[in-house]
Write a protein that binds this ligand. Structure first.
Ligand code: FAD
Ligand code: SF4
Ligand code: SF4
Length: 478
């Protein structure tokens, strides 16, 4: 082992510099600066090169983390990039948006007493450097095959499958109803977590590799699933989950009450330079408004922090449980608090107040009771504790469910689980329809970018095996 490693006993954990909250509030740029080269090498050298690296075990892609940390510590960045990109289609994106505290870093063994190695920031540093140096090249097939693949959805799952199938030489066609590639990486996750240029440059490379993108094409409306099955050798469904969970409260129809995705998509589009009438006329713009966001997950955190940056007069987040029971990442809650968001814990909404427009959210105070069978503490309303939180804009961020895909695709034989996610054979990732595979959020339910990448890469292996097996059977029958 290089002498350089094991420096955690000497060097303290240090993240890349975080911009001051007052500065962050003014724009949508990412909040962390990049590591300085010497700093990245130092931080990478804190790794103790574990024989059984728990960081790697808990990374959904089983990234070879100890190796790339060692190479970074030795300033062998091009090799570090090769290792980082061997298992991950978008390492620079994961370095930015993975909840590392729950995955790799949260399981780093030196975390106990010394603070974990800053794995995500080093991963981002390696691959951003690779882009700057021109080491990142379009995926290049070893040979061209005639067989073709249709991928429905250009989010992380669809794109990871596209890259892997193209590398194998397949003719890859990606269909997406949006006008841009990236799925929730482009229109969901805000710029201050993931600058859009980082996603768009990947699109350019994939197009240069010969992957054909059919944008603005909705499967089920413009083309049927059956047509895709007839023209391609396999199909991968990676359509994500977009049906907003709702709360049926009095006043939900008032002007000024919006679903989270409408608000975030408008903001992302505006940042990308699109004309967004609902933003320009103020409907989906928080500037000067008192904003209340309902929910305690990462989408709610993205909404509150977007509202702050748009210049809201005040931003409050109502959540029915307390801080420790929040589903959102603690890092994001902390960032939001720093940026001036007020959290109203243990508060459940009862109604939207107002005549034509929303003027407030009526909520009741809650208290945490005994745990249920799953171990989660129950919440009960405290009688007579209603209060009104002033609001000119109320955003519902309560999570997402799958759309009714069999109906959308007019394909009743496509079976779904009781949650509406697509049912697949977990060994082959194939749906009830032969040659049709599925992965990402539409199978898992709302999940993470890194799991989408994992599913896309696994599905590529399964589609390849399926096509090869079919070809072998055809040859044997001749
Ligand atoms: P998606 O990214 O949703 O992509 C699906 C694509 O399919 C879309 O482009 C859609 O237009 C297309 N599509 C759907 N139906 C059709 C059709 N009929 N025809 C053609 N195209 C279709 N994860 C993290 O890891 N870190 C984060 O910080 C994070 N923040 C998030 C913030 C928000 C606001 C949201 C909503 C999610 C966030 N996530 C985050 C979750 C993450 O973005 C998703 O888990 C991930 O994008 C799922 O990937 P996917 O490829 O399955 O689907
Ligand atoms: Fe950690 Fe995500 Fe990178 Fe895996 S992909 S090493 S979980 S940041
Ligand atoms: Fe290095 Fe931590 Fe992974 Fe061990 S668990 S190999 S110390 S990053």
């Amino acid at each position: 082992m290089a002498e350089k490693m094991l420096q955690f006993v000497r060097l303290q954990q240090q993240l890349p510099e975080k911009r001051e909250a007052a500065d962050r509030r003014k724009d949508f740029n990412e909040i962390y600066a990049r590591f300085e080269p010497a700093h990245a090498a130092e931080q990478a050298s804190r790794c103790s090169q574990c024989g059984v690296p728990f960081c790697q075990v808990h990374c959904p892609l089983q990234n070879n983390i100890p190796d790339w940390l060692k190479l970074t510590a030795e300033n062998r960045l091009e090799e570090a990039y090769e290792v980082a990109s061997a298992t991950n289609t978008f390492p620079e994106i994961c370095g930015r948006v993975c909840p590392q505290d729950r995955l790799c870093e949260g399981n780093c063994v030196i975390e106990k007493g010394f603070d974990s190695v800053t794995i995500g920031s080093v991963e981002k540093y390696i691959v951003d450097t690779a882009w700057e140096k021109g080491w990142v090249k379009p995926p290049k097939p070893k040979r061209e095959l005639t067989a073709s693949i249709a991928i429905i959805g250009a989010g992380p799952a669809g794109l990871a499958a596209a890259e892997q199938m193209r590398l194998k030489g397949y003719q890859v066609h990606v269909y997406d109803r949006y006008d841009r590639v990236g799925g929730l990486m482009i229109y969901g996750i805000p710029n201050f977590k993931l600058e859009k240029e980082v996603v768009l440059r990947r699109h350019e490379q994939f197009a240069a590799a010969g992957i054909k993108f059919h944008l603005g094409v909705e499967i089920g409306r413009d083309v049927t699933l059956n047509e895709l099955r007839e023209t391609h050798d396999a199909v991968f469904i990676a359509t994500g989950v977009y049906k907003a969970r709702d709360i049926e409260l009095p006043g939900a129809e008032l002007a000024g009450v919006h679903p989270a995705m409408d608000f975030l998509t408008a903001s992302n589009r505006q940042g990308l330079g699109d004309t967004v009438p609902a933003f320009e006329d103020g409907t989906l713009n928080a500037a000067g408004k008192h904003v209340v966001v309902i929910g305690g997950g990462d989408t709610a955190m993205d909404c509150v922090r977007t509202a702050v940056r748009q210049g809201a007069a005040s931003v409050a987040c109502l959540y029915r449980r307390d801080k420790t029971n929040m589903p959102g990442s603690m890092r994001e809650v902390h960032n939001a608090e720093e940026e001036g968001v007020r959290f109203v814990w243990l508060a459940a909404p009862e109604a939207f107040e107002g005549t034509d427009r929303v003027t407030g959210v009526r909520a009741t105070r809650m208290h945490l009771g005994l745990p249920d069978a799953t171990g989660r503490q129950q919440v009960d309303a405290i009688e007579g504790s209603s209060f009104i939180q002033r609001a000119d804009m109320a955003i519902k961020a309560l999570g997402f469910d799958p759309e009714d895909l069999p109906a959308m695709f007019r394909e009743p034989a496509l079976t779904v689980t009781r949650w509406g996610t697509i049912k697949v054979d977990h060994n082959t990732m194939m749906t009830a329809l032969p040659g049709v595979f599925a992965g990402g959020d539409i199978v898992r339910g709302a999940s993470l970018v890194v799991w989408g990448i994992r599913d896309g890469r696994d599905a590529a292996e399964q589609m390849h095996a399926y096509i090869m097996q079919k070809a072998a059977v055809a040859v044997a029958a001749e």
